[in-house]
Design a protein around this ligand. Structure first.
Ligand code: ADP
Length: 301
């Protein structure tokens, strides 16, 4: 097959592994720098151009769009969809997952377990927000944060209130969330491909940190998840319409709660922890599923 990956940096572990797996399985594989793609969006024969060349005869596109270029990256991916090229994850689904509020609203509508969460822009109602999620301790998150940056624990109501007010002063969108203390500084990443959890790992934060992000000094190990956790991850992927994703969950007393669904999940942590060839499984999924004009949404909506 003719496979094309949209990625800014082909040298990242995940991107190298996907390229390796595609080549090992005998495919023609190519990486294009997402930001260097351009197109005529008003033409009735949509195409995508790259360094003066029209990109043609592509069987599937693998979007690895960094969070900072979501807007442009999704426009390029939509263009491929309009051309009938099969996308590993559709632009609409990636768009849903990139917007924390939108994705939580979708998951909530489907009855998927979530931490009790309130969000606000600049209400001036810090007390009420804290009460909405059951009081302190509670977690306050900057909506635009990634890799654990901008996630803080308000241990007392007073501390939570001043943090909310501080973020309010910066005019940031925030999310206030019940603190799942029983998770004990660990979370679960379930890796879903084609409606199945194919690998799972538990991440544990550095000593004294309630955040389990590897980027914050956390570590990962393979774990067996419960049938309920498995079902929750699969339902979350389905609700957002993602073929491939990482579903991050916390183990709460009342069952698994989903924190986030990542549509470009990294492979290094999960392949390292589980020893599985996840890049190979992604390519295998494409082999089985890629067909022209199979995009469900065609980038609409
Ligand atoms: P980011 O998207 O920046 O990684 P997350 O929302 O995933 O931010 O939070 C980072 C880490 O903080 C999580 O991996 C988890 O370990 C911890 N955490 C986040 N929310 C909660 C919560 N409500 N209760 C307990 N721990 C949490």
């Amino acid at each position: 097959m003719n496979l094309l990956m949209m990625a800014r940096n082909p040298d990242l572990y995940s991107h190298r592994r996907i390229a390796e797996a595609a080549e090992q399985r005998g495919h023609d594989f190519r990486v294009v720098d997402t930001l260097k793609c351009y197109m005529n969006i008003a033409s009735h024969r949509p195409d995508v151009r790259y360094r003066g060349e029209v990109l043609k005869d592509i069987d599937a596109v693998i979007p690895r769009i960094g969070a900072s270029i979501t807007f442009y990256g999704l426009a390029v991916l939509r263009q491929f969809e309009m051309m009938g090229v099969y996308p590993l994850n559709e632009s609409v689904s990636i768009g849903r997952s990139r917007d924390k509020l939108r994705s939580m609203q979708i998951l909530s509508r489907r009855g998927i377990g979530l931490p009790v969460t309130a969000f606000a822009h600049s209400t001036g109602q810090a007390d009420d927000l804290i009460d909405l999620v059951g009081g302190a301790p509670c977690v306050i998150k900057l909506l635009e944060g990634t890799q654990g940056i901008g996630v803080v624990l308000g241990e007392t109501k007073g501390a939570a209130k001043s943090m909310i007010e501080a973020f309010g002063g910066l005019k940031a969108n925030i999310l206030v969330q019940e603190f799942i203390k029983e998770a004990g500084g660990t979370d679960i990443r379930a890796f879903v491909i084609g409606g199945k959890v194919i690998a799972a790992m538990q991440r544990t934060g550095a000593e004294g940190d309630f955040r389990s992000n590897i980027h914050r000094g956390g570590s990962a190990k393979t774990i067996r998840i419960t049938p309920e956790e498995r079902a929750t991850a699969v339902r979350a992927a389905k609700a957002l319409g993602l073929n491939v994703c990482g579903v991050d969950m916390l183990r709460a007393n009342h069952g698994p709660v989903v924190m986030e669904v990542n549509s470009s999940p990294g492979l290094e942590g999960i392949e390292g922890a589980t020893g599985k060839d996840i890049a190979g499984m992604i390519i295998e999924f494409i082999e089985k599923n890629a067909r022209p004009n199979k995009t469900k949404t065609k980038g609409k909506g």
